[in-house]
Design a protein around this ligand. Structure first.
Ligand code: EPU
Length: 453
């Protein structure tokens, strides 16, 4: 179903919101189930489109899964004959590259469609391949697929730094593969993101020997078998950060439960520097502001730097500051497609290479806009919450990949936001009443792309 968000701006967010489980922690953990025998029970896996696509792929690889009534996911590998992540699934979700390490380590072979670029940049996988080669795999590139083979993997020292620094998915992929390798693997220049530490905690609970995850040097003592276990996925720091920015931006007062200070220190510092008031608790952060913001310079960097996944959202807040802020993107230098849409709402942001130069304005004013990717959608929703009048955000399907019913969470905080079907689409879809959900979704995507300026 093709949908859009209609947001009436001007209401301060107020109350309490609980964040869901982390998408970017849940995805590699789901793939690492391929390494295990026996049953795994995962709590706090968010019901998102990327998770559904992952489960679809895991099913084709012999994993039986079900969502229990309490929301937990039960998974078990029943067959180990599949070894392919086909283009059709990878095209929907880049994270399918996570199939590479586990399939290679457990089944001796992997054939994974190479992910292409996306709206936030080129997104190479050279470091993933460097890691697999170092562990002893033979790798060929065939018809857009990475084909990797190895009768067994052998632990090694692997330097995983690239031109843009560390890689989150590359570190996770090598860690998963090395968990079943012979001997010890040491990853140098590993990504330090909390999602990497979460994956290591799950793997260790299954019997792996991983030390140092969450620091730049990770040591993995290979074991011969991993047994499924019960595990609770960490809370989503990016969803938490999005609500925290929303609270400050709308001059509201919100308690974000599940927001952990240690995961959000860079954002907390930026919000305090801009003039917001924050109170830190064990499992929550409370944010309030009077809506009067100082300019702040922010640089998106690997963890513990400011997260690139909150770069577009903080840009909204800085576009209303009293002065000039500079936002620098060091991870995805092209992740600025939201800038043109924000300017449609009256912001004054100029992109210069990998910088956004933001001249603060007094107010934003509602207009129809197009979301271009997951976090840019969140940025436009936040802008709509503070803009005068109505903002219409098209291409909602992007946001459903990473935020579970964001409009429900925001409505709980008093926001005036509705998810509404797009009429032209309903008219067209009525011409094909028997269309499968998949076909309806594809038609919706094509229509949104066709409608793009
Ligand atoms: N890079 C390479 N070679 C590689 C891999 C990465 O040069 O082999 C470069 C990338 O081009 C980029 C930098 O290294 O410049 C970092 O990329 P990384 O591999 O860390 O990103 P990722 O693992 O593909 C994850 C998240 C992204 C998040 C980034 C950075 C998942 C599924 N995705 O991507 O999340 O932006 O880390 O923190 O975990 C999102 O949730 O909206 C999202 C895009």
């Amino acid at each position: 179903m093709l949908e859009k968000f209609c947001v009436h701006g001007g209401t301060p967010l107020s109350g309490t919101v609980r964040v869901h489980g982390s998408k970017n922690a849940a995805l590699p953990i789901l793939y690492s189930v391929l390494l295990t025998r026996g049953r795994t029970v995962l709590e706090n896996v968010p019901p998102l489109r990327d998770v559904t696509s992952t489960l679809e792929l895991l099913s084709t690889l012999g994993v039986k899964w079900e969502r229990r009534p309490d929301g937990a996911l039960e998974l078990e590998v029943l067959r180990e004959d599949g070894f392919e992540a086909p283009y059709d699934l990878v095209r929907k979700m880049r994270a399918s590259i996570y199939a590479l390490g586990p399939l290679l380590a457990k089944r001796g072979r992997a054939r994974v469609s190479r992910p292409g670029g996306c709206n936030i940049g080129v997104r190479p996988i050279d470091l993933h391949l460097k890691g697999m080669l170092a562990l002893g795999a033979e790798i060929r590139n065939e018809g857009g697929y990475v084909c990797a083979e190895a009768p067994h993997l052998t632990g090694r020292r692997i330097y995983l730094g690239g031109a843009s620094g560390s890689t989150v998915s590359g570190t996770a992929n090598v860690m998963m593969a090395a968990a079943l390798a012979r001997g010890t693997t040491v990853i140098e220049h590993a990504a330090c993101e909390p999602e990497i530490a979460d994956l290591a905690r799950y793997l260790n609970a299954c019997g792996a020997g991983i030390r140092g995850a969450g620091t730049p040097v990770v040591a993995i003592e290979g074991v011969s078998e991993l047994r499924g276990c019960k595990y609770r996925v960490m809370p989503d720091r990016i969803e938490a950060g999005t609500f925290m920015i929303g609270a400050a931006l709308t001059a509201g007062e919100v308690r974000v439960e599940g927001a952990r200070f240690e995961h959000l220190a860079a954002l907390i510092d930026a919000l305090e520097s801009a003039g917001a008031c924050l109170q830190i608790e064990d499992d929550a952060v409370q944010v309030s502001s009077d809506g009067d913001f100082r300019p702040v310079d922010v640089t998106a960097l690997p963890y513990p730097g400011f997260p690139t996944d909150l770069q577009s959202q903080i840009t909204v807040l800085l576009s209303l500051a009293n002065g000039i802020s500079v936002v620098t993107e060091k991870i995805y230098p092209d992740r600025f497609i939201h800038v043109a849409e924000l300017n449609r709402l009256g912001a004054n942001v100029r992109k210069e290479g990998s910088l956004a130069i933001i001249h603060g304005v007094k107010r934003l004013s509602g207009a129809p806009v197009m979301a271009s990717d997951l976090r840019a959608s969140a940025c436009l929703i936040l802008a709509g919450l503070v803009a005068n009048g109505m903002t219409e955000i098209n291409r909602v399907y992007h946001i459903d990949r990473g935020y579970h019913r964001i409009e429900e969470s925001l409505k709980g905080l008093g926001a005036q936001i509705e998810r509404v079907p797009v009429e032209a689409d309903s008219a067209l879809l009525s011409l094909v009443p028997d269309a499968s959900p998949e076909l309806r979704e594809r038609l919706g995507e094509y229509l949104q792309i066709a409608a793009a300026p």
